[in-house]
Design a protein around this ligand. Structure first.
Ligand SMILES: N[C@@H](CCC[C@H](N)C(=O)O)C(=O)O
Length: 300
């Protein structure tokens, strides 16, 4: 059977934010029907292009989940994990998504609204630096939700208490004394109770570096261990602030933490109104075309 898109080469780009890397597929009119298997094939690091996830760039009006937001945001971020599963939100992804729109001339430095499955995210692209480098990108990530209840995460027979944090997608944040305690993270940590995360979760392990400064590793739902997770860094910031007795919504004083990830550094602020803001880099590094005969052919 011939795939409906067979024959047409498919443009793609590759980008990353603090080494959380993505295959970017521009599809402004929403014509591409990428199945979970197609996404997994594209994200495969040996037989495909390779990435922690895929960002399909679609006009909100042209996407069934974006249409209701089209009046607020022209573009919808259709994010998929590397196994092809759908997630509500991707913090590093939305910065890379904005960088792509800037690169293509759809937007300039300044403010932009992006539609996501978790709702609208407001993005600010800083101007280029004086030495010609690209400015960082700040994203308003919404308010964190902390449903409470006891959760724990476990690796190789060790268990840590964790904090359940929602950042549009689910997170379990565990404080450890050394990031190596999490082991090789080749498999998803055990999370209990199972009912706490009916759709699975991302798991972050955190250590202190200095006051207001932590470092983390993450095992992402649908992608495995990655070099960074933007929503995860925000969840870590909020969990750490609460552990430190800081709750901006109650005290009216914003809190800022530096969060180191294996692939770089993110700066996260929880404002007095509870909005969590994340600032970090975003890079587009390559572009090309996908051969449809490979993507949809009988052998790979
Ligand atoms: N890497 C992302 C998060 C991507 C989604 C996540 N794996 C999930 O399934 O919720 C980020 O930067 O936030």
């Amino acid at each position: 059977m011939t795939h409906p898109h067979a024959g047409a080469r498919i443009p793609f780009l590759k980008g990353h934010g603090t080494e959380n890397d993505f295959v970017i597929v521009p599809d402004p009119d929403g014509r591409l029907d990428l199945s979970a298997a197609d996404v997994a094939r594209l994200c495969d690091r040996r037989a495909g292009i390779g990435g922690d996830g895929l960002l399909r760039v679609v006009r909100s009006a042209a996407h069934p989940e974006g249409a209701a937001l089209a009046g607020e945001a022209e573009w919808f971020m259709d994010y998929r994990n590397s196994d092809g599963s759908i997630a509500e939100m991707c913090g590093n992804g939305v910065r890379v998504f904005a960088r792509y729109l800037q690169r293509e001339g759809h937007i300039e430095a300044g403010d932009l609204a992006v539609a996501t499955r978790a709702g609208i995210r407001h993005v600010h692209l800083a101007k280029d630096t004086e030495d010609g480098g690209q400015g960082d990108i700040t994203v308003s990530m919404g308010r964190a939700t902390l449903p409470g209840g006891d959760v724990s995460v476990g690796v190789d027979g060790r268990t840590w208490p964790a904090i359940n944090v929602g950042m549009g997608n689910p997170h379990a944040v565990a404080f450890v004394t050394d990031l190596d305690e999490a082991g090789d993270l080749l498999h998803a940590p055990a999370v209990a109770p199972a009912g706490a995360y009916p759709a699975g979760t991302n798991v972050e392990f955190v250590v202190d570096r200095a006051p207001g400064h932590v470092a983390m590793r993450v095992h992402e739902r649908g992608s495995g261990e990655t070099r960074s997770c933007g929503t995860g860094a925000c969840a870590v910031m909020v969990a750490t602030a609460r552990r430190d007795g800081l709750d901006p919504l109650r005290t009216g004083a914003a809190a800022t933490y530096t969060v180191d990830v294996p692939g770089g550094r993110l700066v996260i602020t929880e404002r007095a109104d509870g909005e969590v803001e994340m600032t970090g880099p975003a890079v587009i590094l390559a572009e090309g075309t996908i051969d449809p005969a490979w993507l949809w052919g009988p052998t790979h």
